[in-house]
Design a protein around this ligand. Structure first.
Ligand SMILES: [Cu+2]
Length: 161
């Protein structure tokens, strides 16, 4: 078994630190870019191909964006269960059929939860603006795991010498 010198360990640590700083910067700038991006008007399909779902189930938009809900199946409504303070979304209380369209402009930032009354589990979420979102965390964890894997490979190569 060979010995890894202190300078080698310092080199590996320096490479890791540099990689982590670069990756952190890349992640942060990606988040800033996605925040500044102007979102177009979005569409939610109600009952796509007769399935009792809203598609997409979770929709992320910016304050001021308008969402169009398009019925592709019969006998569904939108009951708004939760919305942030200042939210003025009334949903669609009566059951509507294929071809019906409901539009709403979401101005109040926050999380909106809605459901279709006749169909348990037919739920949807609209996230407007900056809401706590774990989505970027798994990606970042993956990058850290990559750095760790590279380190192991480097150390292994040094040991084999
Ligand atoms: Cu339904």
């Amino acid at each position: 078994m060979s010995y890894i010198g202190g300078s080698t360990v310092r080199k590996i640590l320096a490479i890791n630190l540099t990689l982590m700083l670069v990756l952190t910067f890349a992640t942060v700038s990606a988040e800033i870019n996605s925040t500044n991006e102007a979102n177009p008007t979005a569409t939610v399909i109600v009952g796509p191909e007769g399935d009792w779902v809203f598609d997409p189930q979770t929709l992320e938009i910016e304050p001021g964006d308008t969402v169009e809900f398009v019925w592709e199946d019969n006998g569904h409504n939108i009951n708004v269960l939760e919305q942030p303070d200042g939210g003025d979304w009334e949903g669609v209380s009566d059951l509507q059929d294929e071809g019906y369209v409901h539009t709403h402009t979401f101005t109040a930032e926050g999380r909106y939860e809605y459901t279709c009354d006749p169909h348990p589990g037919m739920d949807g979420t609209i996230i407007v603006g900056e809401v706590e979102d774990e989505e970027d965390v798994p990606g970042f964890t993956f990058l850290i795991a990559m750095v760790a894997a590279i380190s192991v490979a480097v150390i292994y190569r040094w040991k084999k010498r």
